[in-house]
Design a protein around this ligand. Structure first.
Ligand code: SAH
Ligand code: SF4
Length: 339
């Protein structure tokens, strides 16, 4: 296993296996997660770990590895959003970094590609290339530096890579590492119902975002193949269970698409569906992707849609398309670079 993916218990076992005192495990964990170096070529050298004796550094060099990661290209939008194309081993993914008054937020990827095939999504068009490891998720955060909030909303479906994603949450929130608060992490899912239940049972304090995009099964099915597997009724039951167990507010994401899911009647149906739930609705005018004729709802109509929700007591915001000119819709930069 990539050593950056290992938790302290696993590092302790590794120390035992190589005849080192177990307290070295914490030293290794602290160094790796707090001082992870962003080498230009992405190749990590255990020799730099100057808190360890030379013989242990040599032992680590011969036994262990960290998947090389480096930023291939960086684009900055007028609003300051930075989009990075990152190489992880043999694949490429993207991150989006946003600067706020309360600190930096990063949107990271959990898979290279995605097998869910949502028709409005650039990532979905390529299918799944492979799952990312917890190490690769951590490195996306460490390459940015100074991050306070993390959203798992880049390429991929986090709950389709469940174990590595949970492992990542445990590593990145660990007090011996960077110690990011669980409440500062948001996981976005297209609605894998059994995995949402499993996530709830872990009793983490992370926020859940659910990609809804439709208020009836037919509309949702036309946009998202996963909606054929789980009905809106089943999805909403899993959402309610999540808020009951965690007491965390769910964010519903809704990509407003002209003539598909943006009528006033659909806004009223959405309000009825979410009535009484601890939630918030994020309305995002759909980002056009190549090969699809979906067009975004105009700003005025989007505001009217939001108003119907608000009047019904459902908190809703129209998200400005952050970093639109750097193609913040995941997969577009990668597609342009042909990698
Ligand atoms: N797989 C997860 C997380 C990654 S996608 C999920 O689907 O929730 C992150 C968000 O971007 C999702 O809400 C997704 O529906 C949305 N999205 C994808 N492509 C989009 C586009 N072209 N326009 C607007 N939102 C899009
Ligand atoms: Fe996958 Fe999310 Fe894109 Fe759907 S929207 S294809 S689940 S990344």
């Amino acid at each position: 296993m990539d050593i950056l993916s290992m938790n302290i218990t696993e590092l302790e076992q590794l120390m035992k296996d190589i005849g080192q005192p177990t307290y070295r495990a914490v030293q290794i964990f602290e160094w790796l997660h707090q001082r992870f170096p962003a080498a230009a070529d992405g190749v990590f050298s255990f020799n730099e770990m100057n808190n360890l004796p030379k013989n242990l550094r040599n032992e680590l060099t011969s036994r262990c590895y960290i998947t090389p990661a480096n930023i291939v290209e960086r684009l900055t939008a007028k609003d300051g959003t930075i989009k990075s194309l990152i190489r992880l081993g043999e694949v490429h993914i993207e991150t989006v970094l946003m600067e706020y008054a309360h600190g930096r937020s990063i949107c990271i990827s959990t898979q290279a590609g995605c097998r869910m095939g949502c028709i409005f999504c650039a990532t979905g068009q390529s299918g799944l290339i492979r799952n990312l490891t917890a190490s690769e998720m951590c490195q996306q955060v460490y390459l940015a530096g100074g991050v306070r909030n993390i959203v798992l909303m880049g390429c991929g479906e986090p709950l389709d890579n469940f174990d590595a994603t949970i492992r990542f949450v445990e590593l990145i929130t660990h007090p011996k590492g960077v110690g990011i608060g669980q409440r500062h992490i948001t996981l976005s899912t297209c609605g894998l119902v059994p995995k949402m239940r499993e996530l709830a049972s872990r009793r983490l304090q992370i926020n859940l975002a659910v990609s809804l995009h439709g208020t009836d099964d037919a509309t949702r099915q036309a946009l998202m193949p996963i909606a054929r597997r789980y009905s809106i009724k089943e999805l909403m039951a899993a959402c309610r269970e999540y808020t009951e167990i965690t007491h965390r507010r769910i964010t519903f994401e809704y990509a407003l698409t002209s003539g598909v899911n943006d009528s006033p009647a659909q806004a009223r149906a959405l309000a009825a569906l979410l009535k009484g739930m601890l939630c918030h609705v994020n309305l995002i005018p759909v980002n056009p992707v190549e090969g699809q004729s979906l067009s975004p709802t105009k700003r005025r109509e989007a505001m009217a849609f939001a108003e119907i929700l608000q009047k019904a007591g459902i908190p809703a915001t129209v998200r400005r398309t952050i970093g639109a000119e750097v193609n913040a819709a995941c997969g577009q930069l990668r597609a342009k670079k042909g990698v």
